[in-house]
Write a protein that binds this ligand. Structure first.
Ligand code: F6P
Length: 358
């Protein structure tokens, strides 16, 4: 059998480990794996695709980024603006499917987030078999308890907070760290708890500046002159919208800037010196953690198993320590959001972390 593999959307630590898993499992079955470059775009220029040999993918599971390249803009973007979805034009779909058939590719593994999986669904609808592998540092995909990349991104946040803490203490400052998290605040939540933040601001819990300021002043009254505040890029004050760096253009609008607004406002309300650091794409770069390497490898192997069993239209899914699968359709319908009343938020509040809501 000949199968195709591509990565779509923003990159994420662990993508190469998925490739390692797919190639390893497929090679054992005697199959050939064709890697397509730069996401779905690669299907339109098949001259750039290549056979991924086991000998050539040896050792890549440790590498950050993706040897295949990826794209979260362009002709196959199914996500536009803020939460908008568009159909990929039929002439583009026909060309891509025609190229796949000409190459003799019988099924396609698509590793990506909700945008990539929405596009993958369209391939299924138009008669081309696909299986999905969930990927996103944001951990916001429904129907899987966790995506690979999230653990690595969280570790980067914790490392940054550990560094910010020492300089915060030296200057008795409030340090704000803006992290990724478009719809879901998982990175801010896990990173903030693990890195000892005093306040965590996430998209799921609209915050009040006054409440955050009170929490910081209360800390000061208890003898802690410095504090760390983690803000997800998609967080917003109650009654206000998200802060964008750029709107319009192909693909989703670019978030960014809420950290600076929080720093300014908290400075005014507390009278303390504040500084903002935006962690940005440092969260997406670098080597995957051991957890992500193992999860991504298992995901890649499971994708091949699904093709072997002819269970197309399925997405690999991690549930209760087990790698299984769900329908892609179900997976893209529901985002995995932080429950504001859930156990993790309650645990954070119990150790004194403010979410700016009470
Ligand atoms: O992968 C998702 C994400 O990390 C979002 O949190 C963020 O808004 C986006 O990617 C940034 O993507 P880009 O690479 O286009 O700047």
């Amino acid at each position: 059998m000949k199968i195709g593999l591509l990565n779509g959307g923003g990159d994420c630590p662990g993508l190469n480990a998925v490739t390692h898993g797919v190639v390893g499992a497929a090679t054992r079955l005697g199959w050939e794996v064709i890697g397509f470059k730069e996401g779905f775009e690669g299907l339109l220029s098949p001259v750039n695709c290549k056979t991924l040999k086991r000998s050539k993918t040896e050792g890549i599971l440790k590498l950050g980024g993706t040897i295949l390249g990826t794209s979260n803009r362009g002709r196959f973007s199914s996500k536009v603006g803020e939460g908008g979805v568009r159909k990929i034009p039929s002439e583009i779909m026909n060309e891509a499917i025609g190229n796949l058939r000409e190459l003799g590719v019988e099924a396609l593994v698509c590793a990506g987030g909700d945008g990539t999986l929405t596009t993958a669904m369209q391939f299924m609808e138009e008669g081309f078999p696909v299986v999905g592998v969930p990927k996103t540092i944001d951990n916001d995909l429904g129907a899987t308890a966790m995506t690979f990349g999230f653990d690595s991104a969280t570790q980067t946040v914790v490392d940054a907070l550990d560094r910010l803490q020492t300089t915060a203490e030296s200057h008795k400052r409030v340090m704000i760290l803006e992290v990724m998290g478009r719809h879901a605040g998982w990175i801010a939540l896990y990173g903030g708890i693990g890195g000892g933040a005093s306040a965590i601001l996430i998209p799921e819990i609209p915050f009040h500046y006054q409440k955050v300021a009170e929490a910081l002043l209360d800390r000061e009254a208890r003898g802690f002159a410095s504090s760390l505040v983690v803000v997800a890029e998609g967080a917003c004050p109650a009654g206000e919208g998200k802060v964008y760096e750029e709107t319009g253009g192909a693909g989703e609008n670019r978030l960014g800037g809420v950290g600076e607004s929080v720093a300014k406002k908290l400075g005014e309300l507390t009278g303390k010196e504040t500084r903002c650091t935006t962690l940005g794409h440092l969260q997406r770069g670098g080597s995957p953690t051991s957890f992500d390497r193992v999860l991504a490898t298992r995901f890649g192997v499971k994708a091949v198993n699904l093709i072997e069993e002819k269970r197309f239209g399925r997405m690999v899914s991690y549930q209760q320590y087990h790698v299984g699968s769900v329908s892609i359709e179900k997976a893209v319908k529901k985002l995995n959001l932080v429950d504001p009343e859930g156990e993790i938020v309650r645990a954070a509040k119990s150790v004194g972390i403010s979410f700016g809501d009470e």
